[in-house]
Every structure is written in structure tokens, then in C-alpha cells.
Design a protein around this ligand. Structure first.
Ligand SMILES: [Zn+2]
Length: 248
């Protein structure tokens, strides 16, 4: 019995190692990828990342399609958006589709490489954070069908309220698709009271990049606490390319 249980609950690192690397870019259909290291020693130390955790976060941030330069996190986000929309082609085809053309889409803070795709949508509104405050957005209730943000929520001082604002500006049935860096083998922790930690280039200690929440396996709870009825976790590659779809 114990042996059966051990087989069922394999070590997380082993499970991750068996998950195949992505083979096709969801954005353009390209099949060639290139990788470079992104994390720096101070951040790895501040986040107390193991070598395996640093490797998959590096992959999330530093692996990109050679064709369209979308990073794995952009590819994960594009996959989540198309899943929600029920579209099975590439993201490049989706943004030109009649159904996508009817959507009002708020892109908050330049969702990585997806901006160049999303600009094809007639109903695309592009705003940057913190110029537009996710905690008090200047939009009417129900103004959008889709809200998109990428690696932004971890910088918002009150992420549940930020997601709640995203829900407020969505129509009923709309969705907020987003990414945050997730360390899957731990729970989330607020950095309140901890020494400041920053994303972006080392020593570029701008307030915009200050990390407020280090997300872990319970990241989905913020979605539900914000009032959404459902949280989908979409994996383009596990655990290095995860995106969330918060459904109104
Ligand atoms: Zn591509």
C-alpha cells in the first residue's frame, strides 16, 4: 500500500522532469525556441529558490519562440485566452478572427510580447501600470469582455483588490487572463515587512518593480477571494508556462 502511495505521489521534481518541453508556439506556430538565463543571484537568494525552481523560472522568463519572440509566459497567456475563447488555431489567427474582433479587451501593463498581437483587435485598450492603478481603474463597470495582464499582479500592494477591480470592469461571463511567477512547491507569501525585492534589471530598484507577493501553489485563492466564480490554471508547459483564467 505504501509503495502504491509512493508511486502515486512522486517527488515534484520528478513529475516536472517528465513533463515535455513545449514544441510549438501558440502565438505563431513556430517550432524553434531559444533560451537564456534571466534570474540573478540576489533574486534567487531573496526568494530562497532551489536550483530546480530557479531553472524553471528562468525557462518561463528566458525561453522564447525564435519566430515571433514570444516568451513562454506570453505563450501560456495566449493559450489561456484562446482556451477561454474556444479557438484552436494560433494567437496570430485569433486576433484577426471575427469573434475576437467583437471583443472589448483591456491589456494592462503590456502583456509581454502579446501586445503586438493584441493591437490587431479593434476593441483593444492598452494601459500601463502603475499609470493606471489596478486598485482603482478609470473604467465603467462591465466595460470589457476580457482583461489581460502579465507578471503585474505580484507588484500590486493589494492583489485581491486588484483582481476585484478587474472583475468589476468585466461584463458578466467575461474573464481575466493573467500570469504571475509561481513557485509551485510552496504557498504564496506577502513580502510586507520583508526587505524589498525587485523584478527587472538588477539594481534597477524602481518602485514599479517592487515585488509585493511571491506567488505559490495557492495563487488561485486570490482569484476566488476577489469574487470570481472560477479559476482555471492553463499549462502550456509545466511548471514553467502557467497562466490563470479568472471567470466572472
Ligand atoms: Zn512564435
Amino acid at each position: 500500500m505504501i509503495r502504491q502511495l509512493m508511486r502515486r505521489f512522486r517527488p515534484r521534481s520528478e513529475v516536472a522532469a517528465q513533463h515535455a518541453f513545449i514544441e510549438r508556439c501558440a502565438c505563431c506556430g513556430g517550432t524553434e525556441f531559444e533560451s537564456h538565463a534571466v534570474l540573478w543571484p540576489d533574486l534567487v537568494r531573496e526568494w530562497k529558490l532551489s536550483a530546480a525552481e530557479a531553472a524553471y523560472i528562468d525557462r518561463q522568463q528566458g525561453t522564447a519562440c525564435r519566430g515571433c519572440h514570444s516568451s513562454l509566459r506570453s505563450i501560456a497567456l495566449a493559450t489561456a485566452i484562446m482556451r477561454y475563447a474556444g479557438f484552436t488555431g494560433t494567437f496570430a489567427a485569433w486576433v484577426r478572427s471575427p469573434a475576437a474582433g467583437r471583443l472589448a479587451v483591456l491589456e494592462l501593463n503590456g502583456a509581454g510580447n502579446l501586445t503586438s498581437f493584441l493591437r490587431h483587435l479593434p476593441g483593444h485598450v492598452e494601459k500601463s501600470y502603475p499609470e493606471v492603478d489596478m486598485l482603482a481603474m478609470p473604467f465603467a463597470d462591465g466595460a470589457f469582455d476580457l482583461v489581460v495582464h502579465s507578471d503585474t499582479l505580484e507588484h500590486v500592494p493589494d492583489p485581491v483588490r486588484g483582481l476585484s477591480e478587474c472583475r468589476r470592469v468585466l461584463r458578466s461571463g467575461g474573464a481575466c487572463c493573467f500570469t504571475v511567477p509561481v513557485v509551485i512547491g510552496r504557498t504564496s507569501r506577502s513580502r510586507t515587512g520583508l526587505p524589498p525585492s525587485f523584478h527587472g534589471a538588477p539594481r534597477a530598484n524602481m518602485a514599479d518593480y517592487r515585488v509585493e507577493t511571491e506567488y505559490g501553489a495557492d495563487a488561485w485563492t486570490h482569484v476566488i477571494e476577489a469574487g470570481f466564480s472560477e479559476c482555471r490554471i492553463v499549462a502550456a508547459e509545466h511548471p514553467s508556462a502557467l497562466a490563470f483564467t479568472a471567470v466572472w
